[in-house]
Write a protein that binds this ligand. Sequence first.
Ligand code: UDP
Length: 496
Amino acid sequence: MASPPTNLHFVLFPWPAQGHLIPMVDVARMLAERDVMVTVITTPVNTNRIKTVIDRAIEAKLKIQVLDIQLPFAKAGLPEGCESFDMIPSVSYVANMFLAMKLLEEPAEEMLRVLYPPPSCIISDGGFHWTSDVAKRLSIPRIIFYGPGCFASLCINIVNNTNILDDFKSDSDYFALPGLPDCIEVTKPQALSWGKGNTKETKETFERTQEAEKAAFGIVVNSFDALEPKYVEEFAKATGKKVWCIGPVSLFNKSLEDIAERGNKAANGEHDCLKWLDSREPRSVVYVCFGSFSSTLTDQAIELALGLESSNIPFVWFVRRTSDEFEKWASEGQYEERIKGRGLMIRGWAPQILVLSHQAIGGFITHCGWNSTLEAICAGIPMVTWPHFADQFLNERFIVNVLKIGLIIGAEVPITYRGKEKFEVMVKREAIKLAVEGLMNDEDEAQTRRNRAKEVAQMAKKAMEDEGSSHLNLTKMIVAITEELALKNKSIKDIV
Ligand code: UDP
């Protein structure tokens, strides 16, 4: 099904966090490739992060632009320049960040009102609930982008629309989420980390997000139909919305530059890492990375370092940020000398897709962020699952219980992101060693997991090919918007 010729103009509002910005930029270019004009509205720091990718798209003659919107730092009580969730100095600024996002409503609407050609559709992150009101005032449809796949979104929908949590007192007991195609068990604290919120502000945000979902034209999801067919269907039923799975959107990137430059600039050790990987046996190395804003606190980072060292498996570990205490521990104990030749620890941003698709990589220790999960799926790599917070525990269930391509490390309690409070080591070195060896050995269980991961990777590639399900779903989404606008124009003409 080819895309119809369009004179559509989509405006995209990505949530200011790498795990939302990166896939939204993929969606923007996928739309532009279908002859849709696309405007991405984001803050200057984020504009800068996506500049080279967007510039290349413009050079390739795609109709795409990025417009800056300024954050009202002072009004929101944020430090100047703090424009993304990975930049907030401490957990106490999360509420300020949410406030800043809310304060964008007025300036964003002013921008939309003078855009030319006028916008025909808004695709905005679930967090930008106010885009629903703006879309209504501009008489254009709004499509939601939440971030996770349909499995996690359906679980969240169930918790948000029932009082199931009220029935449970214990924080450690597991209970099954009702109404799901598979038996999926979670604890109350895990469910609370993606639930309704407990302060006046979080409750208000939750209610507005729910209302905005009811008013939405549809939901676009970074997933593909064959990955979670029952959950796509059930999620559409639960929300009563059209749901278009158009991913994995990372597979849209074909050139080496687009694959390598996602999000921040890669760490200095990038080339050494790739050279080192070139020298390793196929599928022999474990890649470790916990996404764009999880922090591993000192004691846990030391435990991880020791766990990796004690397994006999080669590894490459990209650490987003280390503490002075960790550095002191590593240098006094000569950690990096000890692991030389068998392990690499690189401080900074990983060129994740490049690493995951290297033939030497055979496993991934992941925090189960949805993008990382999908990127591992695309590379056909089985995972050791180590969720930290938010939807990550659900993604773990999906990887392990539904897809059966992962091995649990045993993290059960959500950690408060960027928390400075007393922190106990949640995953011990023995568990790390066991999980890594269990993932990488040649036993039947590991082999089955590996084969299954390869099968799912093939399914992902197929979905993104021309005439694949995701390709078709994107066409359907564009057609649905075209029809909606035609209907609206017709009713205006009828009235006149
Ligand atoms: N990422 C990366 N290098 C890093 C850390 C993260 O390229 O060192 C990318 C990763 O490939 C993914 C995104 O950042 O596309 C992180 O999104 P995810 O949903 O996995 O986790 P989050 O950061 O939102 O917790």
